[in-house]
Each structure stands twice: as structure tokens, then as C-alpha cells.
Ligand binder design. Structure first.
Ligand SMILES: [Zn+2]
Length: 190
């Protein structure tokens, strides 16, 4: 996974990302209530996993279905559980990074992308990253829900595209990634 994502996973594990709860302990802010649900303190586990606003985000893939059954007091317990279950740790890391990225983007500019695009964006970002790695496995992230990406035959190119409509801001987005038979991304348009 990208270094920034790996680094973020480590910082979340160590509870050193600037959640409102951590900032409150450092007397930077007074209110640590989550801005999405306005019910709970925004600590790491809440900000990335258990906030009720993320139901759809984590329901996108059945490998996260334990979210509705297990309660994790701290984020490090959740990471250990993800590894013990054999879930896609890379996809998990990419997803929490996207959640955090969106959270910071919304705080600085209210027109961030909608919550229901987080899972798709995380998946696409991981596929794109892997496609750009010449020595990495060409396989798409292991999920039980999505199809495995297969490179085209020699002398062929494959174009994968993803489109989204943002009703709130009246805009649409399109991302196209064209890969050769080695899985190398030749063109990535957004
Ligand atoms: Zn919340």
C-alpha cells in the first residue's frame, strides 16, 4: 500500500492522529463531539470505524460484517482483529485513510465527496496504486464481493473506468485507467 496509507495505519494504531478527542486532551479544542453524528466523542475508533454515519461505508463489503457484532474499545484491537480474520488489511488501511482524508477535506471545504463514495474510492485507489507497481502482484484487492482484475492479453490494452455523480454540488466525475498486459497503467485520467 502507499507509504502515506501505511504511515496513517501506524499512527492510528498508536492513537496519535489528531482526532477531536486527542486535541481536547491537549487543550487545543474544547468540544470533542463527532461532527458527523454529534453524539459520541471523536476518538480514533469512532472516527474511523464505529461512527453510525459509516454504516453504508463498511457495509459495502461483507468482509467487514463483524462491525455489527463486535465492539472494539480501541483501534489497535480492531486492527489485530482484521489481521486475525485474514481480511484484506490493505483495503482496510486504504478505506480508513479515505475516511480520514474525507473528514479533513470536509472540515476545510464543506463540499467534500459524499460518504457513500468512500468504499468505492478506497478500492479504486488501491487498484490504481497496484497497477502502477511494476513488480507487485497484478491481482486486485482480495474481497469476497468484487471480481478479480485480469490484465489483457499481450498487445492489448484494457480501460477500466469509474463514474460518479455528485448531486449535492451538481457535478460528475469520471476516472479512466488504461493498462497494458503487464498491468502497468499507461494513462490515468480523472
Ligand atoms: Zn460520529
Amino acid at each position: 500500500m502507499p507509504c502515506k496509507v501505511r504511515n496513517f495505519l501506524w499512527r492510528a494504531y498508536k492513537n496519535i492522529i489528531p482526532t477531536l478527542n486527542n486535541l481536547k486532551h491537549r487543550c487545543v479544542v474544547e468540544d470533542s463531539k463527532c461532527s458527523l453524528c454529534a453524539q459520541h466523542d471523536e476518538d480514533v475508533i469512532h472516527a474511523l470505524w464505529s461512527c453510525p454515519a459509516f454504516v453504508q461505508v463498511w457495509n459495502e463489503d461483507p468482509q467487514w460484517s463483524f462491525r455489527g457484532q463486535n465492539i472494539f474499545p480501541v483501534f489497535s484491537h480492531l486492527i489485530i482483529h482484521v489481521f486475525e480474520l485474514g481480511c484484506s488489511a490493505e483495503l482496510f488501511a486504504m478505506q480508513i485513510w479515505t475516511i480520514w482524508f474525507r473528514r479533513n477535506k470536509v472540515r476545510s471545504a464543506p463540499l467534500g465527496f459524499p460518504l457513500n463514495l468512500i468504499a468505492q474510492r478506497a478500492y479504486e485507489a488501491l487498484v490504481e496504486y497496484r497497477a502502477a507497481q511494476p513488480r507487485h502482484s497484478l491481482a486486485a484487492p482480495t474481497t469476497r464481493q468484487r471480481a478479480r482484475w485480469i490484465p489483457p492479453p499481450p498487445n492489448w490494452n484494457k480501460a477500466n473506468f469509474y463514474a460518479a455523480i455528485f448531486d449535492e454540488v451538481g457535478r460528475a466525475g469520471l476516472r479512466v485507467i488504461i493498462c497494458d498486459s503487464q498491468g502497468l497503467a499507461m494513462v490515468a485520467l480523472t
